[in-house]
Design a protein around this ligand. Structure first.
Ligand SMILES: [Cu+2]
Length: 291
């Protein structure tokens, strides 16, 4: 959706720098393949960081991680836009069951629950999401459909993730701003501001929602962005910051963003339960000014 333009420098300094510790009894190696889990201190106070790479068209990351509060760090190595949509598989269903269900036309089975995940950064950009992950079977999927209109999951962009029980007691981050999603609106507890901030995203439902944060190019408006999405000719009028992928009502996640002053857009692409139209067409799109 967004060609490589100005990429957001995601400041995960807090998360990446401080998340270097996990409890001793936790399988730290499973949490991350980067150096983020190497240093240890007695008690972790920030979530372990799980790094996942997105490419055209696959995910690379750990097969299993410990349960508890975790920060997913998505690095987009691809030439197009990707996100990391996490789904939980209930009723003892497996990744193979999910693959079989996805391969068939029809509605998503009731045992699949959308639980968020880092939303889409620009190509060569990064995004993040922090959330509590109870033990269970999960999958990461990419529903982005550019270029060509085929969701990436249909091109093989799906990966299994097993969350194993752990004794983690890491608490949720302290948010600077709470963003509430509902049918069909975005409400912030206070304005987004320039600099680093942690944004708590709560879905009040009744439908699943996402938030994708887009920084508009100077002088561009919501209309330009929506027009470009219909016909992506020329350079994009905005840049993907990230946000939280689709999450069921009641889900709570956090993401950290380092914003520069300017105009931003909040948007939800989730198809409506009733007519399949994306929620932004029902008003779930909002322009905000960051100063
Ligand atoms: Cu993708």
């Amino acid at each position: 959706m967004y060609r490589h333009g100005r990429t957001f420098a995601f400041t995960l300094a807090a998360a990446l720098g401080a998340a270097a510790c996990t409890p001793k009894d936790q399988p730290a190696a499973a949490a991350d393949s980067t150096a983020a889990t190497t240093a240890m201190t007695p008690a972790a106070t920030t979530p372990p960081v799980v790094t996942v790479h997105a490419a055209d068209f696959k995910f690379d990351g750990p097969d299993s991680i410990p349960a508890g509060m975790v920060t997913f760090h998505l690095i987009n190595d691809g030439t197009t836009f990707h996100h990391m949509q996490l789904v939980r598989l209930d009723s003892a269903k497996t990744f193979a069951d999910l693959q079989a269900a996805i391969a068939k036309p029809g509605p998503i089975p009731a045992w699949v629950t959308f639980v968020g995940g880092p939303n889409a950064p620009d190509p060569h950009g990064e995004s993040n999401a922090t959330m509590n992950m109870p033990a269970g079977n999960y999958a990461m999927l990419c529903f982005v459909d550019v270029p060509g209109g085929v969701p990436h999951v249909a091109r093989g962009m799906e990966r299994s993730l097993t969350v194993v029980p752990s004794s983690s007691t890491v608490a949720a981050p302290k948010p600077d701003v709470t963003l509430t999603l509902a049918d069909y609106s975005f409400t912030t507890s206070q304005p987004l501001h320039a600099g680093i901030q942690t944004i708590e995203v709560r879905n009040n439902g009744p439908q699943a929602h996402e938030v994708e944060l887009i920084r508009m190019a100077p002088g561009k408006t919501q209309k330009d962005i929506l027009g470009w999405m219909q016909k992506p000719n020329g350079p994009p009028p905005g840049s993907g910051v990230g946000g939280i992928a689709s999450a069921a009502p009641g889900e709570v996640s956090y993401f950290t963003a380092d914003l520069t002053p300017g105009s931003y857009m909040l948007i939800c692409f989730v198809p409506d339960r009733k007519d399949g139209k994306p929620h932004f067409m029902k008003g779930m799109v909002q322009t905000v000014t960051v100063s």
